[in-house]
Design a protein around this ligand. Structure first.
Ligand code: GBH
Length: 557
């Protein structure tokens, strides 16, 4: 039995499960994305809701409650559950989805698309923007693919009105975006650049006028270069007050317009890839700096949240925590403990202090000179998020391996895509990304069981398609690999909600647009919309139509 059932979410998610099953027929059969069959599946669902809803939904929810859910940290992978329609429901009849769209279910589940300032905006010197560590890093030979940078990116800075119309045409009602610190404070501190503030105010107002709710991240990796130069950026405790002051400027400018916020996107990624293996800006290779970064992120988060409570009453704030799922390679207790450690060294580095008040015990045992979270600091950090924001992409198998190191340091564990029965899942274009739908269900259960956060949003999930950059446009737009990825992950996430009682409230696809993929430049495409970088033209991929049908019918307030 799930620990708790959230009735409205459970009902919406039951519908989502039904719809994924319906939509699956389209993606598997290879029908055109906007063909009658997809529309028909949406209409069928609408009909279920209006006529047979109470019965069908009640049985779906009852089935969830009765179904054995993970409930524990580790489970063997299980066969996909049958769709409700496969499980003996009456055939669905067709009718208009509009009644469904207007129904009381629509406020319960968000779907949205996600972006980040440096990856999409371009215009990196316009209107007083200062340099960020990503401008500098990209300009350093050998650091990014082909020396590419975010200088042009998707020109979202100017093209956002058309991109908002595009989102409207897809029925996107939630949009995750980030604010570029060096647009607001070109030198990181001091004088506010009003033109930068105005850009985000105008953007947010344009989104709202289009009935798209902005979901704002304060820091998606573009630290003002001045702060890196003057004191070492996230390696120094001086960053804490500077970040809180920056956050306060943004809270005051956008707080009356935006309800949902996050302070940091993926601090694991920017602390460890930026400072331990040097693959991201600022390109340092000093693990001690990476751990100081993690510590200062937690302190800066807590300091910013204090400002937030005063400036944005009624607002909700979190932190986008990324984690791969770690599946034990075998059922041995050693491999299970190793897999636990691996997740603790990723999600737990930030999740444990935020929800439990200290670093995970496994981290404290293994990391030399780990900064101490004092009891005063713990008081501010613990309980400072209103919901859990999870960025999740992939899963690896983990073995006990005494003495083995990971990027974070001594893990006594090793991770690989090769499992006891072969590869964990189909590999995407990025070498680190494998399609493993069941991993998101387990990851969501881990978060829920360890932290009981009350609300969980998946704030990034998506993939690139093998070889996509080399494909001609028509082939790139027919992205069945990505459709299958989304179908699998959304279904598994919905199962976590419906069968396991995970309070999943929304889901953001990464990304709206192909964009600047950090060290991989423009070679990797994560968009559900294709961008031709020579013309800046946008082309809707099949995956966007798939998601639009899927989520549009379930509803999104
Ligand atoms: C996210 O990071 C970012 O938030 C987003 O900006 C980005 O565009 C998107 O996902 C797609 O990459 O083999 O040790 O080098 C993704 C999370 C975590 C993926 C670390 C790469 C590298 C593992 N990243 N992972 S390693």
């Amino acid at each position: 039995m799930p620990a708790r059932i959230y009735p409205s979410t459970a009902v919406a998610v039951a519908l989502l499960l039904l719809l994924v099953c319906q939509a699956a027929a389209d993606s598997v059969s290879g029908a055109a994305p906007d063909s009658h069959s997809t529309v028909a599946s949406a209409e069928a669902l609408a009909s279920v809701h209006r006529s047979g809803a109470p019965h069908v939904l009640a049985s779906a929810v009852a089935q969830q409650a009765a179904s054995p859910g993970p409930g524990e940290h580790h489970l063997g992978s299980r066969p996909r559950r049958p769709c409700a329609t496969e499980a003996g429901q009456a055939p669905l009849s067709l009718s208009s989805p509009s009644a469904f769209m207007a129904s009381s279910l629509t406020p319960t589940f968000w779907w949205g698309t996600a972006t980040a300032a440096y990856q999409v905006e371009g215009y990196t010197t316009a209107n007083g923007r200062g340099a960020s560590i990503w401008d500098t890093f990209s300009a350093t030979p050998g650091k990014t693919y082909n020396g590419e940078s975010g200088e042009k990116a998707d020109e979202f800075y100017k093209r956002y009105p058309a991109d908002i119309k595009l989102m409207q045409s897809l029925g996107v009602r939630h949009f995750r975006m980030s604010v570029a610190w060096p647009r607001i404070l070109p030198k990181g501190t001091g004088t506010v650049n009003q033109a930068g503030v105005n850009f985000y105010v105008t953007l947010v107002d344009a989104l709202k006028a289009a009935d798209i709710q902005p979901y704002v991240t304060l820091y998606h990796w573009d630290l003002p270069q001045t702060l890196q130069d003057s004191y070492g950026g996230w390696g120094s405790s001086r960053i804490v007050n500077d970040f809180a002051a920056y956050a306060d400027v943004v809270f005051k400018a956008l707080g009356s317009r935006v309800t949902y916020w996050t302070t940091f996107n993926e601090p694991w990624s920017f602390c460890f890839m930026g400072n331990a293996n040097g693959q991201h800006a600022p390109g340092l290779t000093d693990r001690a700096v990476a751990w100081n970064c993690a510590y200062h992120v937690l302190l800066a988060h807590a300091a910013a949240v204090k400002k937030f409570r005063a400036a944005v009453p009624g607002g909700k704030i979190g932190m986008n925590i990324n984690s791969d799922w770690s599946e034990p390679f075998s059922s041995s207790s050693q491999d299970q403990a190793a897999a636990d450690r691996k997740v603790e060294f990723m999600a737990g580095i930030f999740g444990d202090p935020l929800y439990l008040g200290d670093w995970p015990a496994s981290v404290k045992q293994r990391v030399p000179n780990l900064p101490t979270i004092t009891s005063d600091q713990a008081r501010d950090i613990k309980g400072s998020t209103d919901y859990f924001a999870l960025n999740h992409y992939t899963t690896l198998y983990v073995k006990d391996a005494p003495g083995a190191y990971g990027l974070e340091g001594l893990l006594d564990a090793s991770a690989s895509a090769n499992g006891p029965e072969g590869l964990v899942g189909p590999q995407a274009d990025s070498s680190w990304l494998y399609t493993v739908p069941w991993g998101i269900r387990k990851m969501l259960n881990w978060v829920n069981n360890r932290y009981h956060p009350g609300e969980i949003y998946v704030t990034e999930n998506g993939c690139d398609v093998p070889g996509e950059s080399g494909l001609a446009l028509p082939e790139a737009l027919n992205d069945t690999f990505r459709v299958n990825f989304y179908q699998g992950y959304v279904q598994a996430a919905a199962q976590a909600a419906a069968y396991d009682g995970v309070p999943l409230k929304g889901y953001f696809a990464w990304s709206l647009l192909d964009n600047f993929e950090w060290a991989d430049g423009y070679a990797k495409r994560f968009g559900i919309v294709y961008v031709d970088y020579s013309t800046q033209a946008r082309y809707v991929k099949r995956s966007a139509r798939y998601l639009a049908n899927l989520f549009g019918t379930v509803g999104s307030a």
